[in-house]
Design a protein around this ligand. Structure first.
Ligand SMILES: *[C@@H]1O[C@H](CO)[C@@H](O)[C@H](O)[C@H]1NC(C)=O
Ligand SMILES: [Cu+2]
Length: 341
């Protein structure tokens, strides 16, 4: 069983139990089919993992077994992972929330270098290449999952440009926090992908083990969504500084400076392999002007050094670059600052 009865009961208290699955992969905008995806199987395919001490926390139930395909991705390229409630075509419609039922929380993506992605069991070290958590508001607030819903379930992730070529597992994760006010209440929705990174890079980032990197008592895992807060500590390691994260969040500034109740009425998104622009028209429906401030720190980058656009440039515990090669270093919360245009 993936979810305990207790967790299911808690989820239904908090709202509909709208589970979901990461299930598609595009590389630089080109759909790759499903041959390189370890798709969760069976009637409970869209159920979450709730025990962080279980091997299922790596690649979901059944995910230690590989599939036959490996998708080729150039280092520095953009992969798009996509979440929907089930595998049905109807649920893949943009009209259906990728993950509904008040399943607010972070979206994170990890990678692991492996000898053979078709057989790797996920027991090696994982490094994080993408992470987005709280964007604005509180109780419940606007989260990475909400942005993903507004983006038709798609999340763009830049594969670090300097990464050594070879086979990797990619692990995409949503942590739904609606029941995380109790131990083992957080819900992990995970899918692993098998990719072959091409290029001439040499970087081999260090990583963390799963299980191991998460504890049921981590503040970002044991978390009460239904209260006042102004920041959220992402569980796990910081994003590898050679990574570009998040890849598609140009609405961030707008959303963060609007009020806590915000309705995105229309979104249009144009993607080219090298750049991503998301144009959002936001309709603000509420009155309380609680501007979650995004304190801009000084650095305007043209020096050629520093974190890349959308890369992390600060935050509690951050030891990477604190300047931006391009854009300004903007504080998202105490734990995360990001280079934004
Ligand atoms: C990965 O890419 C390299 C370089 O293009 C190629 O030689 C190798 O056969 C590929 N491996 C897989 C499993 O696709
Ligand atoms: Cu659910």
């Amino acid at each position: 069983m993936k979810a305990t009865g207790f967790a299911i009961a808690a989820a239904s208290v908090a709202g509909a139990s709208a589970h979901a699955i990461f299930q598609k992969l595009a590389v630089n905008g080109v759909d790759q089919g499903t041959s390189c995806i370890r798709l969760p199987q069976g009637p409970s395919a869209n159920f979450p993992v709730t025990l962080v001490s279980s091997d299922d926390i790596r690649c979901n139930v059944g995910g230690s077994t590989g599939v036959s395909g490996v998708c080729s991705v150039p280092a520095g390229g953009t992969i798009t992972v996509e979440m929907h409630p089930t595998y049905s075509d109807a649920d893949r419609s943009c009209d259906v929330e990728a993950i509904g039922g008040g399943h607010h929380g972070p979206v994170q993506v990890y990678m692991q270098k492996v000898t053979d992605a078709t057989t790797a069991d996920g027991s090696g070290p994982w490094f994080k290449v993408y992470a987005e958590g709280l964007i604005s508001g509180y109780n419940a607030g606007y989260w990475a999952t909400d942005r993903m819903n507004d983006n038709c379930g798609k999340v763009d992730v830049v594969i670090p440009s300097g990464l050594a070529p070879g086979n990797y597992l990619v692990r995409a994760e949503v942590i739904a926090l609606h029941a995380a006010f109790q131990t083992n209440g957080a819900q992990f929705y995970i899918t692993c992908y098998q990719i072959n990174v091409t290029g001439s890079g040499t970087a081999q980032p260090s990583g963390v083990l799963l299980p191991g990197a998460y504890s049921p008592t981590d503040p970002g895992i044991y978390w009460d969504l239904y209260r006042s807060f102004s920041s959220y500590p992402l569980p796990g390691p910081t994003v590898y500084s050679g990574g570009g994260s998040p890849a598609s969040s140009t609405t961030g500034t707008t959303l963060r400076t609007t009020t806590t109740t915000t309705t995105i009425s229309t979104t249009a998104r144009t993607t080219t392999p090298s750049s991503t622009t998301r144009v959002a028209t936001t309709t603000t429906t509420a009155s309380t002007t609680r501007a979650t401030t995004t304190s801009s720190t000084t650095t305007t980058g043209s020096s050629g050094t520093g974190a890349p656009l959308w890369g992390q440039c600060g935050g509690l515990g951050w030891t990477g670059p604190t300047t931006c090669a391009s854009g300004n270093c903007v504080s998202t919360n105490a734990y995360y600052s990001q280079c934004q245009p």
